[in-house]
Each structure stands twice: as C-alpha cells, then as structure tokens.
Ligand binder design. Sequence first.
Ligand code: ATP
Ligand code: MG
Length: 237
Amino acid sequence: MARMLEVNNIFCSYDHVPVLHGISLHVEEGEIVAILGANGAGKSTTMRTIAGLMHPESGSVSFCGEDISKKPAFEIIKHGISYVPEGRRLFSKLTVRENLELGAFSVTDKNVVAQRIEEMYELFPILKDRSGQTAETMSGGEQQMCAIARGLMSRPKLILLDELSLGLQPSLVERVLETVGEIRKRGVTVLLVEQMVQEALEIADRGYVIQTGRVVHEGTAEELLNSDEVRKAYMGM
Ligand SMILES: Nc1ncnc2c1ncn2[C@@H]1O[C@H](COP(=O)(O)OP(=O)(O)OP(=O)(O)O)[C@@H](O)[C@H]1O
Ligand SMILES: [Mg+2]
C-alpha cells in the first residue's frame, strides 16, 4: 500500500530566497506526526506546500500514491487534505456555526452539512454552547477548537495542524493537544507543527525536527524525547 503522505526532497523559496533546502518526510495512515523546530525554521512553509498554497521548485509531494505537488489548494482539499493554518484565521464576524459551514463549502447537501456540524459539537461540546456567538468573542482556546472543527468539516483523510498552541495559556495547550488524539480515534491522520516540543511529542508517534529548512533529527517520539541534542536545543534541558 502506498504511503499516505510522502514529501520527497522539496526545495521552496519566497521571492527567490530559498527557505526549504530539501525536506523529506512521510506520514502513514493513522499516525500522528509532529514537525518541530524554532521560529523561522520552515515548518509553516512545509505545511503550506503540502496544502498546495505554494509549490516546490523541485522535489515532490505525493498523497496516497498520487503526485499532488502541482495541484492547487482547492483540489488538494478534495483529495482529502485539510489545512488549519497558524493563527486560527476564523471569520471573526461570523458565528461558530457559520464558520463551520464554510469548512464544508464543497458539500451542497444542507442535511449533510448539518449532520457534520452535529458531529463537531459532539467532539467539541463547548462549540455547541457557543454556536450562535461570533468567533471574535470567544476565548483563544475556543477559537482554536473552532478552527480545528472547521478543518474537519471537509472530512479529510489527513489534517495539517499548524501550531495549535500559539497564543494559548499553558493549561489550554494540553487541552487543545488532547483533542488531537480524539481526531485520530475518528480515523483522521494528523500532521502537526509545534514549538511546544515536549507537549507535542507526548501525543505524537513520530517527529521531525527542522532547522533552517532542513530535517536535522527524526525518529519516534520516544527517541526524540530521549535525545540529548533535542532536549538541549528545544526543551531547554
Ligand atoms: N510570505 C513570505 N514571504 C517571504 N518570506 C517568508 C514568507 N513566509 C515565511 N518567510 C520566511 O521563510 C522562512 C520560514 O518561515 P516559516 O513561516 O515556514 O517558519 P516557521 O518554522 O513556521 O516559523 P514560526 O515558528 O515562526 O511559525 C523564514 O525565514 C520566514 O521569514
Ligand atoms: Mg509557522
């Protein structure tokens, strides 16, 4: 069986400034995989490239055996990859429910959309209580859950979660990261980006550490958690 996601030696630039210098990684169906690294390492660029928001200059991205490197973002969503970008990016003046509806924009059957929203309320009960509230009036943690739920509304096979912990107080980080396990239980494979290295490795199966556009460490979560180099550089130990 083909790997779910295979990123093979991708090089990417912004305005001719190279940022990714040959990133390779893979994700198997059912896994939770973490991309770790400091600010500016190229984590979001890797995610944006997988999601089709930018295209690699060389190298390839394949999903379930098909090369998707040159496909536009809207087609990649249809293939079953959903991207929850850094910083939540909800429609702040729209309600929770309206934000969720937009996550299923390609579904025309209103009953199907309503059914999926109910599933999201089951997964995140707080969103049900807040369903008529505008996104901007919710707490950071609630907004993050709404962003994840919106990403799940297209029923992805693989969800890309970019820095769920950003701007959240420590007690909320754990709660939001716990939902990642719930997502997997529902049959969705997860690739996530985190700066909270320890917390991310506690929920992930495997991880990749990126530094200035290159993978510098990779291994099982346990291997990375026990690596002196990783602990020193990213966990302040
Ligand atoms: N739109 C852009 N235009 C030009 N340069 C960019 C753009 N986005 C990112 N970069 C640069 O590309 C490099 C990698 O950025 P990227 O956003 O992928 O890093 P990151 O690992 O996600 O960092 P962070 O942890 O801060 O989110 C950085 O040097 C950044 O300044
Ligand atoms: Mg980023």
